[in-house]
Write a new protein. Structure first.
Length: 244
């Protein structure tokens, strides 16, 4: 009985809060809504992987990049957070931006909570998922290093160079001047089965690749992009079409 009364009180309080008006008679924004940034689109350039948006925010013109999607001039859009890049050159549209802001998600309405860090920018493994969710599985001979081994002994691999083989499941091209490659081999440790590698090498989803490098631990790129483990500036040793 007490639980049902508490739920009833919370529901009524939620309705009352939603009806609060500001001085102009418009519904007041919640704290989460006010955290979102509002832009008005003036120009759109579609690239191969990204949509480049020229917009105004609080009267200031700026460029924003997001994973490729339909956006139209004149639309009012919202985003939560952004990662600014100075003197960024986009190869896919052959344009250099003095400053461009990479955002994870845009929407036509302000959200009520911070969106998950995924989409346009390279995703980070902050959550834990089951190894069974891995998209690929490849056969490795006994003694060959696996992604499970890497995560289980990450401190060791941050101090020595190693080679790791896997299948490319995702690529974010030319973000912060690098390609961000996600590989899997069907193994994992502690819920981590996807290894992120930054590189200048060009690879495609579905290719079986071998990279060489060292791990960087607890890497914080800002704007919520935190990696427990990442191989930075990896060297491509070999690639071929995967046989899964």
């Amino acid at each position: 009985m007490k639980t049902s009364k508490i739920l009833m009180i919370l529901a009524v309080a939620s309705l009352l809060f939603a009806c609060v008006k500001n001085k102009n008679g418009a519904p007041a924004q919640t704290q989460a809504e006010s955290a979102f940034n509002m832009i008005k689109v003036s120009e759109v350039i579609q690239g191969g992987s990204y949509t480049y948006i020229s917009a105004t925010e609080n009267g200031i013109a700026k460029w924003i990049a997001v994973s490729k999607q339909e956006v139209n001039p004149g639309e009012v859009l919202y985003y939560y957070d952004a990662l600014p890049m100075e003197n960024f050159h986009s190869k896919e549209i052959d344009k250099t931006f003095d400053v461009i802001y990479f955002v994870n998600k845009i929407s036509k309405t302000p959200g009520t909570e911070q969106p998950a860090m995924s989409g346009g920018m390279p995703s980070s493994h902050q959550g834990k998922v089951a190894v069974s969710d891995a998209e690929v599985e490849i056969t490795k001979p006994e003694g060959e290093l696996s992604i499970s081994d890497v995560y289980a002994n990450k401190a060791d691999y941050s101090s020595k160079e190693f080679e790791i083989r896997g299948v490319v499941v995702k690529v974010n091209e030319q973000v912060m001047g690098k390609n961000w490659v996600h590989i899997q081999d069907g193994t994992g440790n502690g819920g981590n089965f996807d290894l992120t590698i930054t590189t200048q090498a060009d690879v495609k989803v579905g290719e079986e690749v071998t990279f060489k490098g060292k791990l960087t631990l607890e890497k914080d790129f800002g704007a919520g992009y935190f990696y427990d483990v990442i191989m930075e500036d990896g060297t491509l040793v070999n690639k071929q079409v995967a046989e899964i």
